[in-house]
Design a protein around this ligand. Sequence first.
Ligand code: AHR
Length: 497
Amino acid sequence: MSKGVIRLWPALRRSRISPNIYGHFAEHLGRCVYEGIWVDGQRRVPQEDGLRLDILAALKHLRAPVMRWPGGCFADDYHWRDGIGPKKERPTTMNLWWKQGEPNQVGTDEFMRFCRAVGCAPYVCCNVGSGSPWEARDWLEYCNFGGDTTLTRQRAANGSPEPYGVKYWGVGNENWGCGGRYRGGDYARDYARFATYLRAVDPSVELIACGATFDDYKNPLFNTFNHDFCQEMPYPDLIDHISLHRYFKRGDGVKFSDGDFHALFADVLSLEHDLELTESVLRYFYPHKHVGIAVDEWGMWHPSATVENGLEQEHTLRDALLAGSVLNLFNRWSHRVSMANIAQTVNVLQCMAVTDGARMFLTPTYHVFDMMRPHMGARLLTRELDVPTYEAHGVGGSAKRSVAVLDASASGVGRKILLTVSNQSIDEDVETTVELREHTIASVSGRVLNADDPRARNNFDTPGAVKPKRVRVDAEGGTFTHVFPAHSFTALTINLA
Ligand code: AHR
C-alpha cells in the first residue's frame, strides 16, 4: 500500500464555490424530457400535473441549483412560440439533430413549473443559429417583463400572471458547430446584436456566450474561436459568462481497460488546461470585467450512446469517479468557474437517474453529487497533496501528464469542513495522513463510494450495486489517518473543535 499526505489550512478560505457548479442540463433529446421528466397521460407513473414525482424528489434531494434547457443542439432550431398555449393546438415539429418528432407538449410554461417544483433556477438557451434577435427578445419579454403587453397577457393566460424572472440566458449553443458553424468573429457580431436586445428587455439577466471546445489542441478553428470572438466583441457589459464543453470518452462504457481507466483522469487535467486557455483570453480582452466560465455541458459519452438510441449508455462506478474528479477541479477553479451543467439529467448520457415506465434507478454519479452537496456555497480551502502519481496521455494530442493518484478539494462553512477525495488509481490503496494546520479536530464522519471493480454498475437488475457506505475515522489532535481505497470516492466531514 502506498502512502500520502493531505494538508488543509482551515483558516485560509478562498473563493466561494458557486452552487451553480452542481448544475444540470435537460435537452429535448431521446427520453430526457419526455418520459424522464414529463409523463403526462401515463397513468401508471406517479406524477403531479405531468411531472414525474420520483425525479422531482431525486433532484430536490440534491438541491439541484440550476437547469439548462431546451438544448444543446436542439436550442438553435427551437422556436419557443411552438411550445406555448393550448396543448392540442401545438405543432409537432422535427427535432433536427436527434432525429425524432417534437410534440411541443413541454414548452416554456411547463419547464418553469418543473424548475419551481425542483427549486432550481432556469437557464434558457436561445436560438441564434436558425432564429433571430427578435424571437429571442420576445421570449425574454414573455418570461420576465412585468408590464402589460400582448406577450405578458399571453403568459398570464397560460397560467403565470407573475413574471418568471429567468436570470440565465444562453446566446446560442456550440455555435462553431450545430449552432450555425460560425467563425469566432462572425459569431461575435451576431452575439452583440442578440445581447443588445436581451440586455435592453431585462438589464438584470446574465448572458452566456458560446465559447470554444478544445477537442483537438492542434485544430486552429477551436484554438482561435475564443480569441476571435473576444476581439470582435469589445463590449464587456454584454457578457457575463462564456461556455466551455467537455465530453469524456475512454474505451467501452463497461469493458474498458485499465489503461483507459487511467487515461480518463489525464483527460481531467486536459479540462484544466481548457480552463487555463479560456481564462487567459478573458483576462487579456476583458481585464476590467470578471467573466465567468460556464462549463454548461460536461460528462462521460460512451461509444454505446448514439443518436439511434437517444444517447443512452451504461452507468458504472468509473463514471462517478470521473464526476468526483471534475467537480473537485471546478471547486478549485471556483474563482472562475461560475456554473457547470452535467449532461444530461435523466436517461441521456451521464444522467442522475434512469427510468423505465414507473421504474427508476439512481446512477453512481447521482451519489457523488449527493456526497458533494455541502460544497455548494461553501468557501474553498487551501490544500496541499503529497501523493503518488502515474503518467498518462490526455485527450486531443496533449502531452503526457502526471496524474496524482488522489485528487481532492476541501471547503468550509463555519467549523465544518468537507474533504472530497477521488482515488484515481485502479489498483492502489493509499494510506493517507490528513493534517489540519493549527486546528484541533472534534470528530470526523464520512461515506465512501466503492466496489470490487470500477466496472460495477447500477441498472434495473442491480440498482444498488454502487451506493455509498459509512466509514469510521478516529482523529487525534489535528490529524487522522485514512486509507482511500483504489477506485473510490470519499467524502469526509471534519468538525473542528
Ligand atoms: O448533450 C448532447 C449534445 O452534445 C448537445 O446537444 C450538444 O450541445 C453537444 O454536442
